[in-house]
Design a protein around this ligand. Structure first.
Ligand code: C2E
Ligand code: MG
Ligand code: MG
Length: 588
């Protein structure tokens, strides 16, 4: 039997069944012995395979790597030495090299002890004797790469794939046309109460909540769906074949159901719940960033909806680049005096006289033209610009009111305030200072607060209203009927008027016997029982005025009387309009 030392190494090339010695051996024994030693010292596995697939030569590293002695290898075919090797990529490359003379380089897996997998970097080179196969063990490098890949593609906290992984999956599905019949749906789940748990119990509990949500999600979702933790408390589920609205909505409802329910976290029971935003591909985006953006906008809409889920709708998407630009423009616009007030009269229905003007803000933007308040007030609330803005409105309105009083018109002025103002501890003092600075009497100012705004934080709102009431101001509840306040709560507020939302007015005004007029009648009765004035907004017709009188409404405001107008026009209107004239020269 040949020993490794005698027959292994390049000297093996000289075995009788070896065709030729190869020019690189130089046909010399000393050279062959030197080569043998040199090749055995190489850390890389080095093998020569003949055209008939037999091993002609294997160095020591090759024997170690393949866990065969050289005796077991030399003179035998690759298939006989390594059963099953015929299926491998490496075998294919070696055969192509032997048959077609093509060199190749590849990285491939191979089994290592204890069921683990190693990696080798293989060079296959044609030589006169057949193929020279050099294999370098790159397992440590691959393990580092896999670790990095894990870091890059997986979320360490939940073990779920992360956003970049989901983006890759989306790309694969889209490029291979495997989006299923009817496209794709991306569902973004927002886990509720994470912040509460973090604040109340600490981050450890918050992390446990996220892991619990991830676990529930994983068991609720089919193998074929891709799940990811996108960031913070947002998880994504990508569903192929769910691009129709109805299918995606059903899936979202099922996911919310699966994720919801009490979860015991280190001795504390937390009620897990989620809201879901849905975006469909291709309808709402053909690339992952747009689809994700739209699903997150939909999640934002879901937070405001009763059902707890929402499908992306471009018409409800306020997060446009224009909005972002306007946000940045807001504060400088106050200094640059780009805002103007328009005034809309409110009449007393009994006498037909003007009793008040509501101050309504407009933004004369140097690039975008006139922007209505509905487009920028929420931005101002978001950025905090609402504080200086409301003070500017109140000051300008009070100055205009003071001018009217100078000409003998004892009218009040209504100013809309926002929830952010009510939550601001300095607000009441600032209003008091404004009254002093403008020389206006507190009774000239009517502050309008929407019903929904009061309900955001009823206790705080009541506290602020009580302080404002003590200043001697009038307070009105705006857009009444849209905000779910309870009568018990309203009764405790120091308010003077209810303004019925204009949505109850109908196109031609309230029609006797119809639902709207029944509601108006009910609001009038409740308002009067609480000692409040009832004002109707959005009156557009004479019939509307008549109907409101019959329903017992006290005051009215609307296009039929006058549209909101700049202060100079309002002064002219008071002199020229029949309504205004009655105020100037009240009928005896
Ligand atoms: P609001 O306080 O309920 O004001 C009434 C809105 O109804 C005004 O819209 C007014 O132009 C409109 N309106 C009045 N009569 C009629 C009518 O007969 N038919 C119809 N279709 N509409 C009528 P505007 O000026 O666009 O203001 C919209 C909302 O923006 C206001 O609703 C108010 O909530 C808010 N807003 C306006 N100015 C300010 C402000 O200075 N500060 C704050 N925080 N909000 C403001
Ligand atoms: Mg108002
Ligand atoms: Mg209103």
């Amino acid at each position: 039997m040949r020993t490794d030392d005698e027959s292994g190494g390049p000297a093996g090339l000289r075995a009788p069944d070896v065709p030729g010695e190869g020019p690189w051996l130089g046909g010399c024994d000393t050279a062959a012995a030197d080569f043998r030693r040199a090749f055995d010292a190489l850390p890389a596995a080095c093998q020569i395979v003949a055209r008939d697939r037999r091993f002609l030569y294997a160095n020591q590293a090759a024997a170690l790597q393949g866990r065969r002695t050289r005796d077991e290898m030399l003179g035998r075919t690759m298939g006989a030495v390594y059963p099953g090797i015929e299926l491998s990529e490496m075998y294919g490359a070696i055969c192509r090299c032997l048959d077609e003379g093509t060199a190749a380089r590849l990285e491939t897996e191979y089994p290592i002890p204890y069921g683990a997998t190693g990696w080798i970097d293989v060079h296959v080179q044609p030589i006169p004797e057949g193929a020279l196969v050099l294999a370098t063990d790159i397992t440590p490098r691959k393990q580092v790469e896999q670790g990095l890949r894990r870091l890059v593609h997986f979320d360490l906290l939940t073990g779920l794939p992360n956003r970049s992984h989901m983006e890759e999956c989306f790309g694969r599905l889209a490029t291979h046309g495997r989006t299923g019949n009817g496209g794709l749906a991306l569902l973004v789940l927002g886990v509720r109460r994470l912040r509460d748990v973090n604040f109340a119990l600490g981050r450890r509990h918050g992390d446990a909540l996220l892991r619990a949500a991830a676990g529930r999600l994983r068991s609720a979702v089919a193998e074929s769906a891709e799940i990811a933790r996108l960031d913070g408390d947002h998880f994504g589920v990508l569903l192929a074949g769910a691009g129709s609205r109805a299918v995606a909505e059903r899936a979202a409802a099922a996911l919310r159901e699966a994720v919801s329910g009490p979860e015991r976290i280190e001795g504390v029971t937390v009620d897990l719940a989620a809201r879901v935003g849905i975006a469909l591909s291709p309808e709402h985006g053909t690339d992952f960033p747009s689809l994700l953006r739209n699903a997150e906008v939909a999640l934002h809409l879901a937070h405001q909806s009763d059902s707890g889920q929402a499908v992306y709708a471009p018409s409800a998407d306020g997060f446009t680049p224009r909005r972002l630009a306007l946000m940045a423009d807001l504060l400088p616009a106050i200094e640059q005096q780009q805002f103007v007030l328009h005034f809309q009269p409110i009449i007393e229905l009994d006498t037909g006289t003007v009793v008040e003007f509501e101050a309504l803000i407009r933004w004369k933007h140097p690039v975008h033209g006139v922007i209505p308040p509905d487009e920028f007030i929420s931005l101002a609330e978001h950025t905090g610009a609402i504080r200086p803005l409301t003070l500017w409105v109140a000051r300008t309105a009070l100055e205009a009111c003071r001018e009217l009083h100078r000409t003998g018109l004892s009218l009040t002025v209504a100013v809309n305030i926002s929830a952010r103002n009510l939550g601001d501890d300095a607000f009441v003092d600032q209003i008091e200072r404004l009254l002093a600075e403008t020389g206006a009497r507190p009774g000239w100012l009517d502050l309008e607060l929407t019903e929904s705004m009061l309900m955001q934080d009823p206790d705080r709102a009541r506290e602020a209203l009580e302080r404002l009431g003590k200043l001697g101001l009038r307070l009105s509840i705006d857009d009444f009927g849209t905000g779910y306040s309870s009568l018990g709560y309203l009764r405790k507020l120091p308010v003077h008027a209810l303004k019925i939302d204009r949505s109850f007015m109908g196109a031609g005004g309230p029609t006797p016997g119809r639902r709207d007029s029944v509601i108006i009648r009910a609001v009038v009765d409740v308002g009067h029982a609480m000692g409040l004035h009832v004002v109707a907004e959005g009156v557009e017709t004479e019939d509307g005025i008549d109907a409101l009188k019959k329903l017992g409404c006290d005051r009215a405001q609307g296009y039929y009387i006058a549209r909101p107008m700049p202060v100079e026009d309002a002064r002219r209107w008071l002199r020229e309009s029949p309504w205004g004239l009655r105020s100037i020269r009240p009928s005896a």
